[in-house]
Design a protein around this ligand. Structure first.
Ligand code: 2NL
Length: 360
């Protein structure tokens, strides 16, 4: 028995235990506990071993001391190597994790596009802007005066039934600047904006008014309770029906086909006199007759007329001095005609399979 204390493990046993523990520590990338266990300043196994040398018989001390120091050097070196190995492994893992392959093809961001109704509206605005019209917008919540009364549609006028809409709760008395008997509603046409414009501007005026309007309608293939409308209004001295027709002809030749012709069919609107429906020659068959125009050669795109003097009176214009024309058309209808869309609801469902068929 070479050990002075037979309960202590031999250095060979200690080294084997250390080797095993260190291997495990490297696996779990945590070497520090093993280092503390063997080299810890207070409780380290080797520290104690060296301290215990004092109890070793003097004739064995030199040999045992040398063996302990050799073991200590061995442990220190192995620990250092292990720590380095763990550091390198961590670095390698980080490099791999953070590496990027610059040879991969790029990811193209999906590009948004304008809605088909926006395409039509933008195109229409561009055409009329070049003709010298100003684009004007106004509130969707209106009062009866601007939506009906000022447009020659007094209360109980039958035309109000055809433009039934949603009425909003009455404002608290005294809260609005309007007379008490004026109700608030969702506008049925953008004409209300033209009234507001005429109330604040003197002729000559040349405006295009696009926007959303509301009617009491059930949603079907061609109707929606909310839809887009564009109206135009020109007022000045000597404005005639010829100006109306010439302006419309210039518009449809840019909007539809260079060979388009315009036809007026007599009609009625309370706010225009005379009034007409606007037909344009079918751009599919150029007027010969085809399924698109139901064999008539003509397609209706909107309504128009010369502004009724009662409208000018309502906004305080001199009816002896000024005349004007106006027209209105539905944006959805134009988009459906241009792109042969058979169901108005497709415009509101935001199905990309539909929307992606339109140009950017
Ligand atoms: C249609 C027909 C029309 C007007 C709108 C108008 C506006 C004022 C004065 C006179 Cl301020 N008229 N607008 C005139 C005729 C027809 O719209 O079918 N719209 C979808």
């Amino acid at each position: 028995m070479s050990d002075s204390n037979s309960n202590s493990p031999s250095l060979d046993e200690l080294r084997r235990a250390f080797d095993t523990q260190l291997a495990t520590a490297i696996q779990s990338a945590n070497v520090q506990p093993v280092r503390d266990r063997y080299l810890g300043r207070k409780d380290g196994l080797i520290t104690r071993l060296l301290k215990d040398l004092g109890t070793v018989p003097p004739e064995q001390r030199r040999e045992r001391g040398a063996a302990a120091n050799t073991f200590k050097a061995y442990v220190e070196q192995r620990i250092e190597e292990a720590a380095a190995a763990v550091r390198e492994a961590a670095q390698r893992a980080a490099l791999e994790r953070d590496s990027l392959d610059v040879t991969l093809p790029g990811r193209r961001p999906t590009l948004g596009r304008r809605h088909p109704l926006t395409l039509v509206r933008d195109r229409l605005e561009a055409i009329f802007t070049r003709m010298g019209f100003a684009i004007v917008e106004g509130p969707e919540i209106e009062d009866e005066w601007h939506c009906f009364d000022a447009l020659n549609m007094p209360a109980e006028h039958p035309a109000r039934d055809m433009q039934d809409t949603l009425y909003l709760a009455r404002p608290v008395k005294g809260e609005s600047g309007r007379p008490d008997d004026l109700r608030t509603l969702l506008r049925t046409h953008t004409s209300a904006v033209q009234i507001r414009y005429m109330e604040t501007h003197q002729p000559p005026i040349r405006i295009v008014v696009p926007g959303r309007v509301y009617r009491r309608d059930d949603l079907d293939l061609t109707h929606s309770p909310a839809f887009g409308q564009v109206e135009a209004l020109v007022v000045g001295e000597g404005i005639s029906m010829a100006h109306l027709k010439g302006t419309l002809l210039a518009f449809v030749r840019e909007m539809f086909a260079g060979s388009s012709r315009v036809r007026f069919r007599p009609s009625f609107f309370p706010y225009t006199e005379p009034s007409a429906e606007i037909d344009i020659s079918c751009w599919q068959c150029d007027g010969a007759g085809c399924p698109m125009c139901k064999r008539t050669g003509w397609i209706e795109i909107g309504g128009c007329g010369m502004v009724h003097p009662a409208v000018f009176e309502a906004v305080g214009y001199d009816t002896e001095k000024y005349t004007g024309f106006a027209w209105g058309l539905g944006i959805e209808r134009i988009a459906m005609l241009r792109h042969q869309v058979g169901d108005i609801r497709l415009f509101y469902e935001n199905d990309l399979r539909f929307l992606e068929q339109f140009p950017h």
